[in-house]
Design a binder for this molecule. Structure first.
Ligand code: KIV
Length: 286
């Protein structure tokens, strides 16, 4: 019998970083994509609210609700055997109060099956992160470009490009570490700022558009395999072109059906000759 995969914990991630190894995190949206990511040996599956765009077709992550996140988290958690499951808390799920933060985190773990949660924000959201950690749920922070607050940031743009903004990012990172977060995502910030933050924090930094010096890297599966084509940030590397692969398969299917090359006998079910003859005898006369 195949040995069950050992489930990764937050301590395994820290141990990896302490050994000088990189952490891999990939955003998945449903059962099959989570299965692919888990089986590939990725450390963390992010149930990211980017699924609002990649799976639900919203223009941004802003409209995503807690119920939608839970719906996807349930499917993803049925697939993940080894990876640490990080459940994103969407806009509105933790912004009004510490109580909201704890309740939403509890839902993500109890109903969605996530192991830990992630929330966007720096110093202003440290009390929310701290309350969730105190309630017993590990928190991954997320600073820099925080897409939920896109209007406040003036759009989907690189953060921390001037000295003052860089200092604020470091303060945000330290506040989230102080609040008890076990790791932090750094999104769309200059590589040198990410390096400074990584050097000054004890917890792992996971970059997405934050250069090579972070302790780990995050990509969204739909972006990296070419399943999402609405826009591609500069930091995305496309490792495969699944859209054109699927497009070709769909064109070939239509062509083969049209020309009688599909289905073939191997795709069809048979009936014993005597049963077929009996069926014909039982048919009403036309
Ligand atoms: O939702 C998501 O996929 C994310 C990553 C971009 C970090 O938050």
């Amino acid at each position: 019998m195949a040995e069950a995969a050992k489930k990764l914990t937050i301590f395994d991630l820290q141990a990896k970083v302490d050994r000088g190894e990189k952490v891999f995190q990939v955003t998945a949206v449903d059962f099959p994509t989570a299965q692919l990511v888990d089986r590939a040996g990725i450390d963390c599956i992010l149930i990211g609210d980017s699924l609002g765009m990649t799976a639900l077709g919203y223009p941004s992550t802003v409209p995503v609700t807690m119920d939608e996140m839970i719906h996807h988290a349930k499917a993803i958690s049925r697939a993940a055997r080894r990876a640490l499951l990080v459940g994103d808390l969407p806009l509105g799920a933790y912004h009004a109060s510490v109580a909201d933060a704890v309740n939403s985190a509890m839902r993500m773990v109890k109903e969605g099956g996530a192991d830990v949660v992630k929330l966007e924000g720096g110093e202003d959201f440290a009390p929310m992160a701290q309350a969730v950690v105190r309630a017993g749920i590990p928190v991954m922070a997320h600073i820099g470009l925080t897409p939920q607050l896109m209007s406040k940031l003036g759009g989907f743009r690189v953060q921390g490009r001037d000295a003052a903004a860089g200092v604020q990012l470091l303060a945000d990172a330290l506040a989230m570490e102080q609040a008890g977060c076990f790791a932090i995502v750094l999104e769309a910030i200059p590589d040198r700022v990410a390096q400074l933050i990584t050097e000054r924090l004890r917890i792992p930094t996971i970059g997405i558009g934050a250069g090579p010096h972070c302790d780990g890297q995050n990509l969204v599966l739909h972006d990296m395999v070419g399943l999402f084509d609405r826009f591609a940030p500069k930091f995305v590397k496309k490792y495969a072109d699944c859209r054109s692969l699927i497009g070709k398969a769909l064109a070939e299917f239509q062509d083969e059906v049209r020309n009688g090359r599909f289905p073939l006998p191997e795709h069809s079910f048979t009936m014993k000759e005597d049963e077929y003859q009996a069926l014909l005898r039982q048919l009403p006369r036309t």
